[in-house]
Design a protein around this ligand. Structure first.
Ligand code: FES
Length: 200
């Protein structure tokens, strides 16, 4: 194959891929395959085909995060970061770090509110205060990193699933994060982050 033929082939690929708005990459290396990458790949391919979506599902090699498999990545021209939520982010009580994440457009879930040791400052509350001052509450929603039964009140544990709307909401109020701020965190942000519609 000569240079002209190669250029023609490259152009053919470019033309074929021009209508594709999203590329979804599924790791098909050994570790991810053992965690179920093949059915995930096939389901994504079927979903794209069924909906006539202009996306391409592509099997790729190891992405280097094998323990988190099966790994799926949406190429940067497809992901709307307003629908991406990063959890556990309030483990890092660093204002600059939180501002940097918000600048990417991604949202975060603060889910460590009950984990701060008694007597220590509550890092989650501190971050919420900073976010309110920085106008960044609309990047944050709240959750509980509390899946174990030991955290459920019906098993005699603590804090129970009502913690955020009871004790923590009271603590927020005492720090000046009242009804308006809580509506953003508990209603508006999750509503926007988990609602999907056609792009403008
Ligand atoms: S095997 Fe999938 S990320 Fe490594």
């Amino acid at each position: 194959m000569n240079v002209d033929e190669l250029a023609e082939l490259a152009q053919t690929y470019r033309d074929e891929e021009a209508p594709i708005r999203r590329e979804v990459r599924v790791c098909m290396a050994a570790s991810c395959q053992s965690s179920g990458a093949v059915p995930v790949h096939d389901a994504l391919e079927k979903a794209c085909a069924d909906r006539g979506a202009s996306c391409k599902v592509k099997g790729v090699g190891c992405m280097g995060l094998c323990s988190a498999g099966p790994l799926v990545a949406v190429a940067d021209h497809g992901a709307d970061l307003a629908h991406v939520l990063l959890s556990h982010v309030d483990k890092v009580v660093d204002r600059g770090y939180q501002r940097d994440i918000a600048a990417t457009g991604a949202r975060v879930e603060y889910d460590q509110a009950f984990r701060w040791p008694a007597g220590d400052a509550n890092g989650t509350l501190q971050l919420l205060e900073w976010a309110a001052e920085d106008g960044l509450l609309d990047h944050i929603t709240l959750g509980l990193d509390a899946a174990r039964q030991g955290y459920w009140s019906q098993y005699g544990g603590w804090p129970g699933w009502t913690y955020l709307l009871a004790e923590f909401a009271d603590a927020m109020r005492e720090r000046g994060l009242g009804e308006a701020e809580q509506r953003i965190l508990f209603v508006e942000v999750p509503g926007a982050a988990y609602t999907f519609g056609a792009r403008a």
